[in-house]
Design a protein around this ligand. Sequence first.
Ligand SMILES: Nc1ncnc2c1ncn2[C@@H]1O[C@H](COP(=O)(O)OP(=O)(O)O)[C@@H](O)[C@H]1O
Ligand SMILES: [Mg+2]
Length: 507
Amino acid sequence: MSREKFAIHVRDGYSFKGPSVKIGRGKLEGEVVEGADVYLPLKMLNRHGLIAGATGTGKTKTLQLISEYLSSEGIPVLVMDIKGDLSGIAVPGSTNDKIKERSDLIGIPFEPSGFPVELLTLSPSQQGVRLRATVTEFGPILFSKILGLNDTQSGLVSMLFKYSDDHDMPLLDIKDFKSLLQFASEAGKADIEKEYGKISTVSLSTIQRKIIELEQQGGDAFFGEVSFDVADLMRTDSEGQGVISVLRVMDLQDKPKMFSTFMLQLLAELYGTCPEVGDLDKPKLVMFIDEAHLIFSEASKALLQQIETTIKLIRSKGIGIFFCTQNPMDVPASILGQLGMKVQHALRAFTAADRKVIKQTAENYPLSDFYKTDELLTQVGVGEALFTCLNEKGIPTPLVHVMLSAPRSRMDVLTDGEVLDLMKRSQLAGRYNAEVDNRSAHEMLQERINNAKKETEKVVEQKKKAKEEPTIIEQVLDNSVVKSSLRTAATMLTRSLLGTLFGGRKR
Ligand SMILES: Nc1ncnc2c1ncn2[C@@H]1O[C@H](COP(=O)(O)OP(=O)(O)O)[C@@H](O)[C@H]1O
Ligand SMILES: [Mg+2]
């Protein structure tokens, strides 16, 4: 195939009416082809995407450079920084011979640049704007999921949420929920059971144990005030650049269940809060989830179904979601089928299973007259990929082996000093990092628990006083013969009462 034909093929396939950004240039038979420029149409970003490839092939850098392009176009971005290698987006990168060569080959001059970054965190031990939600906002279903409860136990959680709601006791943080559990097992048990049905003591203690586990994993830090307003993810700076929110979730690497639940809560919150907008010229927010296999690896069937539905529906809210993962088969087929843009970096063919993945992956791409896709999949270099996206008519663009541009920001982390500096300039830190502890279920219930305790203590005290001097009656009652005859009398009394109640049968 001639290079001219290839260049025309790519140019035709990647010309768009609406705004688009150039991300690299096509390669044929190992050579970059002049004029075979590859563009990304902004309008189609709400049709989601996948960035896949073996370790070290350039997935995270692709995520970084696409985020930069979007920010420059005024599109806010949220990235999940699982490995902690994305904070560098805030400062300009540096150039070297390799980067210079790359930029010459693809015809994109390298201009080092930093981007407006807001660091977010789920945990108080990390620098960043605290991302928190109240227990009530999280809702009983997801809250049960994060605790890993079964149906019976989550039923009880739902009932407790309902009780707190009916009695105007806000569940803000874990302290509130713990007090509610304590109340339900002691002072409030009778009252709650009267209104809502039986409380299983076994389930209650399981939930109590799971809460302790959550606290030990640091998961409790996420719950509480001030609750994060997702509108703050959709900001532009004074120059009109989209703010890139970097959510640092390094401590969730080994807690996939927690990670997937947070993700789902965030998606649900975005879905619930953002208005329906249909297909915009460019999205309102694009979200990148690095190391996305963590979300899918341990998610239950129900959770996956929820993720699938949310992804389908969130499109019309102008939100695009991009998954980054090593093996494209990590993403369930039902979700994979919904991803419009695909950036496939190199795959390795070490085992039979690897070769199967390569074959399947190749079959998932548009047919090409120019490439043997399965062979190419193992050959593409670092910072190169097989690329296809949807054109403005929703049809897949031609498959191109593309050499991607280099990120303009630093391909490494910020120093501690730079992080502190960034936090000083943060527009959100003041609002979200204040410790607020409003009156909520904990305070209200502790009062009731304490009152009940005082009541009990009073009764016990009175009894104790009475015990000290046995009355004559007590002395009489202490006689076992009297005791047993009294018991018989009591039994008879009960029987006759029951008799009256149930139809007056005489015995
Ligand atoms: N687009 C690119 N331009 C220049 N260098 C790149 C590019 N993509 C990857 N690299 C190089 O490859 C290394 C690994 O990339 P990275 O994105 O961290 O891999 P992955 O996330 O797939 O493990 C980077 O540190 C960088 O040196
Ligand atoms: Mg990576």
